[in-house]
Structure formats: C-alpha cells, structure tokens
Design a protein around this ligand. Structure first.
Ligand code: ADP
Ligand code: MG
Length: 514
C-alpha cells in the first residue's frame, strides 16, 4: 500500500497573460514554494512537477520539454510515477488516482488531457492492454470493463447509461463487496474502443453541464476500470477482479465565490466528500501502520468515498495529484490546495520518522546485543586463550617431565651400558667393556671399543657423552699396577665407594674429567 502526492503547476492561461499577473510558484526538487511580495510558503511533496514553461509544441501538437528543460510533459509524469503501478495492479493492489485543485487549475488536463496530450487515463489504458497482451495465455484470460459516473450533491449519475442513469444506489454484499447498483459497465477490447467510450461519456457530461449550468465543476467524476482475470485450471474457473478508479475531484473553490448565490446551500454538501476523502486517506495511512488499533475509516460519510472504498484501503495504491495555478491572483486558492495535501504528508512523515525511530531502536537494540555478544565472545576467547595457555604450559611441563624422566632413564641406562673394567696386566692397562650395551658407548680416541683393549699413555677413553679418562703412565713406560679398576660412572655407586675407586685410580693414573 502506498499514498503518493504530486503537485503540478500549469502554464499561464490567456487571462493571466493579458493581465500580466506575476508568477507566485517556484519548485526546487520535490519542494513547491508559494510566494508573493510578503509571504513565502514551502511545501514538500513526493513529486513537484514544473509544467509552467520551457516547453514547445511539436508537429503533432504534443507539448514536449525544450532541450535540457525541467518541463514535465504528460508522458514524463506517467513514466515517473507509474512505473510499477500497473504491475502491482495485476498482482492485486487496486489503485486510486485522484486529481484535485481549484477550477481551471489543470485537474482534467492531468487526468484526461487532450487529444494531442493524452493524460494519465489513456496512458494507463494503453499500458494495461500491452500487459494483457503479454500475460494472456490459454489458461489466463482478461476482460476490461469501464464505467463512468459522477456524484453531485450526493447523487450518483451514470455517464455511460443509455437512459437517464440518475440516482444510482450503493449496495454491499458478501460476493461483490461495495458496488454501485445498475452501473453501466462497458467491455473494452482496445485503447481505441476505450477512447470512444470516453468521448460518449464526456459528451453526456457536457450536456449535463449545459443543463446543470456551472455546477458540473462541483461534481466528482469517476472513471472506473475493472480488469477481470479468469484462470482456467482443469474444469475449474478462478476469477479475480482488479480495480482502478480515476477521479476528477470537485474543484476546491468555495461555492460562495459563485455569482449565482442560489446554490450556496450546497456548499457544505459539496465540501463534505472532499473532507471525507482526506479523512479516509489519513485513516487508511494510519491504519496501515497501526494494525492493532481500531481505527474506523469513515467511508460511509460520503457517496464518493463509498464508491471508491475498494481502491482506498490498505491494499491499494493511492495517488493524489494537486493542480495549481501559477498566477498570484490564485495565491489563496493554491495555498488551500497545498494545505489540503499537506495533512497527508504530515501523517506520512510521522509514519516514516516512527519507522526510522523504531528501526534506529532496533539497530540500537541489535548493536547492544551485538556488543554483549561481542564482549561475551571476547571474554570467552580470553578465557579460551588462558585455558589454552594453561594447557600448553601443562603439556610443556608434562613433556618436560617426560623428557626429564626419559633422560633420567637414558642416563641410568647409559650408566649401566657404560660399565667397563680397566685393569693392569704385566704393567699394561687394559679396558674390558662389561656388556654388549656398553660397547656402543665406550670410545678410545673416538674409536668405539667392543672388546678387551690395551690402553696407552695419552689415550682418551670416553664413556657416553659425559665422562672421559686420560690415560697416563706417570713417566714409567710400563707401570706395574696390580689392582683391577672397575669404572662405573658416578651416581651409580654411593659416594664412599666412588671415592675409594678414585683414590685407587690416583695411585697409578691421573684421572681427568671434562
Ligand atoms: P480543471 O479541470 O482543473 O478545471 P483543466 O484541466 O480543464 O482545468 O485546465 C484548464 C486549462 O488549462 C485547459 O485549457 C488546459 O488545456 C490547460 N492546462 C491545464 N494544465 C495544463 C498543463 N499542465 N499544460 C498545459 N496546459 C494546461
Ligand atoms: Mg476539469
């Protein structure tokens, strides 16, 4: 659902040019500024269309913008605002297009245009038929029906009725919802056949205008398009209706301005549909945002809003076009036209700022939650890191302990393996490894010793990596040493034993440890 407001300013008309009336409108982006020598009123709408000047008329009579000009021509307006409207219509979003402003401000021009400058209605119809041609297939068929009616003084007039078509009644039932009873619906099969029907309706309207004098400006003219979609599946038929209402609204001028004061009693009755319409749009907007609140939309307060009910609700797209005169003499009227729609814009802006506020709150909540989560993550990662470090430390310690144990074991193994007996025989010192394991660990002058080996003066005997002996014969070439020496690496014997061995060694050998 969406409500869009667009304002459009027309060129000076003949009277305004003759009177040389000053311009009182300027536009900047989506802003419309109404000014005179002392006042400046600024309004912001969804769109502000400059159709005042900077245009040329082409060979076909079409008003197109001059190169690089800001003039908003008929097609440009349709293309700018209604890119998605028809696609959304086919998807089930009904549509209401309202044209509002003072008399001669350009309401009908925007909606219906002229033969050379076709308005929104014709552009819609062309696009609808184009989409139907693309969408239609064996199972899905479309039929387009059109009606034309107007309400004046709360009476409904059927403009396509072959008879009088006056004072139609509004009915409601479960099947059709709200509808105008006995309203003529003509099947149209092309934009051309639609144009023919429009001519017929407008002709009848002009007759009414003659009959009813100036009062036709105080009528709400409605053009309805009903697209019937029939989907055939096996033997079943499914029907969907898509509705679009174009409304050339009663002029916003107060009736007391009319010279003919005999109609003044109608003033309130004529103003009521407009105020009800505004109320309905505002309530629908509010309702679309506050589903839970019981907002009553006052459709029943006017025939106009009741007829439009199916296209003025939370499921539809609503477009309000404001037409304003560029001339200073219409300052007050233009001001009241702009103020009319400003109420809608205020609600829209409130809704937008509420949405933004709630989005911001959500973002805040989210970021708070994120911060919490982040800090939780950080805390847990710190904890994890700490635990990891502890574990690493523990592992390292365990490894260290294991290595230590291993080295201790190796050490003690080595001790066992490195055992050898050094003895003297006939003045010659000999070394006898004690076991097979010892052989791998005992070296004389870096040569491995595996069996009984003679030791000479200056030989260096190594046991594993830690202990070595330097053999010296104390100046005697062949000393006589009787005692046998058992060399067992330190720590494997108790100290007293060790001392004894060393003492014994010192008797004949100089014991040198690295
Ligand atoms: P309303 O329906 O509001 O009474 P009309 O749509 O009949 O007014 O416009 C009054 C006159 O101004 C018409 O002659 C119309 O062609 C002309 N007019 C209105 N809007 C434009 C526009 N945007 N560009 C050119 N001419 C315009
Ligand atoms: Mg008109």
């Amino acid at each position: 659902m969406s409500v869009k407001v667009a304002v459009r300013v027309r060129p000076f008309n003949k009277f305004e040019i003759e009177q040389n009336l000053p311009l009182c409108i300027s536009m900047k982006g989506d802003k419309t500024i109404l000014f005179d020598s002392t006042h400046k009123k600024e309004f912001e709408f969804d769109y502000s269309f400059w159709s005042h000047d900077e245009f040329e008329v082409d060979e076909k009579g079409y008003r197109r913008p001059l190169p690089n000009s800001r003039y908003a021509d008929q097609k440009m307006i349709f293309n700018t605002i209604h890119q998605d409207t028809i696609a959304q219509l086919f998807q089930g979003q009904n549509c209401c297009i309202l044209s509002f402003g003072q008399k001669l401000s350009g309401r009908s021009y925007t909606l219906l245009g002229t033969a050379e400058n076709q308005g929104l209605v014709q552009n819609f119809v062309k696009e609808i038929f184009q989409q139907i041609a693309e969408k239609q297939n064996i199972t899905t068929k479309y039929e387009v029906y059109t009606s034309m009616l107007f309400t004046f003084n709360e009476i409904i007039y059927d403009q396509l009725s072959p008879t009088d078509g006056r004072d139609l009644k509004i009915k409601e039932n479960a099947l059709q919802g709200v509808f105008v009873e006995n309203l003529t619906k003509e099947l149209v099969d092309s934009p051309e056949s639609f144009d023919e029907l429009m001519k017929k309706g407008i002709l009848k309207l002009q007759k009414c205008q003659t009959l009813m004098s100036v009062l036709v400006s105080y009528a709400n003219i409605i053009i309805q398009l009903e697209i019937k979609e029939t989907i055939t599946l096996d033997d079943q038929k499914l029907e969907n209706l898509k509705l679009i209402n174009f409304v050339d609204l009663v002029c916003s001028d107060r009736i007391e301005k009319l010279k003919d004061s005999k109609y003044q009693y109608l003033d309130a009755k004529i103003a009521r549909p407009l105020s009800t319409l505004l109320e309905v749009i505002c309530k629908v907007l509010l309702l679309s945002q506050q589903q839970d609140k019981k907002i009553i939309v006052p459709y029943r307060d006017s025939k106009l809003t009741r007829i439009l009910q199916k296209t003025l609700n939370q499921k539809s797209n609503i477009f309000l076009y404001l037409s304003i005169s560029p001339a200073i003499n219409n300052f007050q009227q233009s001001l009241s036209t702009l103020k009319f729609a400003n109420k809608i814009m205020k609600i829209k802006n409130d809704i937008i700022s509420n949405i933004k506020a709630s989005e911001n709150q959500q973002i805040l909540d989210l970021s708070e939650a994120q911060i919490q989560t982040q800090s939780q993550i950080i805390q847990s990662s710190i904890k994890q890191e700490f635990e990891n470090k502890q574990e690493q430390e523990l592992n390292r310690n365990t490894q260290y302990i294991q290595q230590f144990d291993k080295s201790e074991k190796i050490q003690s193994d080595t001790n066992i393996r490195c055992q050898a007996i050094i003895s003297t025989k006939d003045g010659i010192i000999e070394l006898q490894p004690l076991s097979q394991e010892s052989c791998g660990q005992i070296f004389i002058n870096n040569h491995q010793v595996k069996e009984l080996t003679k030791l000479y003066h200056g030989d260096r005997v190594s046991f594993g990596n830690t202990t070595s002996l330097l053999i010296q014969y104390n100046g005697i070439e062949k000393p006589k040493i009787e005692s046998n020496l058992t060399l067992i690496q330190k720590d494997t014997l108790d100290e007293s034993e060790n001392n004894q061995i060393i003492e014994e060694q010192n008797k004949s050998l100089k014991f040198d440890q690295d």
